[in-house]
Design a protein around this ligand. Structure first.
Ligand code: TXA
Ligand code: MG
Length: 337
């Protein structure tokens, strides 16, 4: 059962309690309805991927109530400062380098060292974020591949029974997703066109004295695929990331036993082996595995670094979010450039 409730101070507190306990709540923003979870709780975020049946772990936007809260998660740059002053709160998402002490779960950023942050303008979203006092990871609240929802009824039609609560704040003002700009480097990169037009971004930057032009992510992607020598520091458009998280050590998939030189990460009946003997999930719980995925790859990487040992990984079923887990594991195991 998924309740739809009209937004009130009381229902916002109920939503906040559900989010704090690791639940999933759909809420309105000025762009589209978001499917929210506590961005710092990997298991809750895994629930978003499961509910949406999202085929791979595309990184999620972390929503916060203020620019100060946003820059506590991602490192502020001059470009970010300019755009935040002009367009926040509003339909703009900034991609920044993660702060060293950023509390957001690795799964939220899909193992990347960059984080997408947004301060929404919708008054109900603002109030919810103030009450929660934690970053809320939220993709659009629709099953993967379906149309984005601009009313609570759209959310209900797609996700009823899979999420804990839908907050009804009426139709979204804009109905179009946020514009995403990577501001982590010296040149701004348009990753996704959206609610704020390119010309408005360019005008804001020029008025603030920025002389470097706004780069189109598609240009970078084309150069990258043409030459196959893309600079890994260069941002690429969402969904186009060639390698999300590749450990230093080689990775062997579908391993049921470990050789003497391998660190085996287990799953279900295949127990972990080696120095850490970790398991993505001893009970074969795919949500738990999703939560542990990036953190355990990091740990296995650290323990094998400089030893010549490699990483082996137990088979993971392709059901549900298992497909996303296997997608990421294949990237980790793919031959390196
Ligand atoms: O308007 C919006 O942005 C809505 C509302 C709910 O805020 N959210 C939304 O989320 O559209 P979603 O998940 O449907 O799209 C987010 C996009 C994805 O294409 C993802 O690849 C990109 O943001 N993204 C998130 N984190 C990123 C990162 N660290 N680097 C590059 N792209 C990122
Ligand atoms: Mg979407």
């Amino acid at each position: 059962m998924t309740d739809i409730i009209t937004i009130s101070e009381r229902s916002l507190h109920r939503a906040s309690d559900i989010l704090a306990a690791g639940g999933l709540v759909a809420f309105p923003t000025e762009t589209v309805y978001g499917l929210g979870a506590n961005a710092c709780d990997g298991k809750a975020v895994a629930g978003i991927f499961a509910a949406k049946d999202r085929p791979s772990f595309n990184p999620l936007i972390s929503h916060v109530a203020s620019r100060d809260a946003a820059f506590r998660l991602g490192i502020e740059t001059k470009l970010a400062d300019i755009l935040a002053r002009c367009f926040w709160p509003g339909p703009l998402t900034l991609v920044l380098n993660r702060q060293p002490d950023c509390p957001v779960a690795l799964l939220t950023t899909a193992g990347l060292d960059k984080i997408a942050v947004r301060v929404p303008a919708n008054k109900h979203a603002q109030r919810l974020l103030q009450i929660c006092d934690m970053p809320i990871a939220a993709p659009s609240a629709n099953p993967s591949g379906r149309i984005s929802p601009s009313t609570a009824d759209h959310v209900h039609a797609g996700l009823a029974g899979k999420i804990d609560l839908i907050l009804d704040g009426g139709p979204c003002e804009d109905g179009l997703e946020s514009t995403i700009i990577d501001c982590s480097g010296s040149a701004p990169v348009l990753l996704r066109p959206g609610g704020i037009a390119r010309a408005a971004i360019e005008t804001a930057l020029q008025s603030a004295g920025v002389t470097v032009a706004l780069i189109d992510a598609q240009t970078i992607n084309k150069q990258t695929s043409d030459s196959q020598t893309g600079d890994p520091q260069q941002p690429v458009a969402p969904g186009q990331l060639r390698s999300h998280y590749a450990p230093e050590a080689g990775v062997r998939l579908n391993a049921t036993t470990a050789s003497a030189t391998e660190e085996l990460i287990g799953f279900g009946p295949v127990a972990g082996a080696g120095q850490l003997a970790m398991s993505f999930s001893q009970t074969a719980d795919l949500r738990e595995a999703a939560t542990n995925l990036f953190a355990m790859l990091h740990q296995a990487d650290a323990v094998t670094a400089g030893t010549g040992r490699t990483i082996a990984i137990a088979p993971i079923p392709d059901d549900g979010i298992g497909e996303a887990i296997n997608d990421r594991l294949r990237r980790a195991a793919a031959p390196r450039d």
